[in-house]
Design a protein around this ligand. Structure first.
Ligand SMILES: [Zn+2]
Length: 219
């Protein structure tokens, strides 16, 4: 029921034209291509279709250092337990998944390092290496899980008004991190770590840093 309530609340949002704003963690372009990026009706049939997609999905993880992959999956699983996502998808017999993209190694720039499509989160080896600490990785993965809990990808497909999905995901990530036993402050630490590596694209990050600073002051 929680999922249906969430869906209902999302559909109440006003529909406006989507202003395409690139985001460093929302979606990898290659992922969007793999997804076919078609418009679906937002209902349980869609979620069933996603499960089929996942079963057919063959990520190239063979070149990934095992310790890095295990580390990322452990953090992801821990964060899932602390979010509503696992429970909501479990009702639909869907298991949220993390794919660590190691075949492209460090060639992936930070500007294209992580993304979420429905119940599948992708993160690049290059980004994991750059983030380096468990806390930084947890912060980025919590942000991605937050996109899933708010159905941002699906809303994008439906051309719903997304508002500021990045700041919304940052806000949701704070509760996920806290529920998982991390300090919410690490969301800010990770963004500050990423910002200088983005070059001109760091302009997108600055408002998120400011917003997080304000929110953390009031926690
Ligand atoms: Zn994002």
């Amino acid at each position: 029921m929680a999922l249906l309530k969430t869906v209902a609340s999302i559909l109440i949002l006003s529909v406006t034209a989507l202003a395409g704003s690139p985001d460093f963690v929302f979606m990898r372009s290659s992922l969007a291509k793999k997804a076919g990026f078609t418009v679906h009706q937002f209902n349980t049939q869609l979620l069933s279709a996603q499960k089929r997609d996942l079963e057919q999905y063959e990520p190239q993880e063979h070149a990934c250092p095992m310790d890095l992959k295990v580390k990322a999956h452990n953090i992801f699983d821990h964060l899932l337990e602390a979010s509503s996502l696992k429970h909501n998808y479990a009702m639909l017999n869907i298991t949220p998944a993390l794919v660590v993209l190691c075949d492209e190694g460090n060639k992936i720039g930070l500007g294209d390092g992580a993304g979420t499509r429905h119940d599948v989160t992708e993160v690049a080896e290059g980004l994991l290496n750059y983030l380096s600490t468990e806390e930084n990785i947890a912060a980025v993965l919590a942000h991605e899980i937050a996109h899933s809990t708010r159905f941002h990808f699906d809303r994008l497909e439906l051309r719903l008004d997304l508002g500021n999905v990045e700041q919304e995901a940052d806000t949701v990530s704070l509760s996920i991190l806290r529920n998982a036993g991390y300090s919410p402050e690490i969301a800010l630490t990770a963004l500050k770590k990423i910002e200088p590596a983005l070059g001109p694209a760091s302009q997108q990050i600055v408002p998120r840093i400011v917003s997080l600073q304000k929110q953390l002051q009031h926690l």
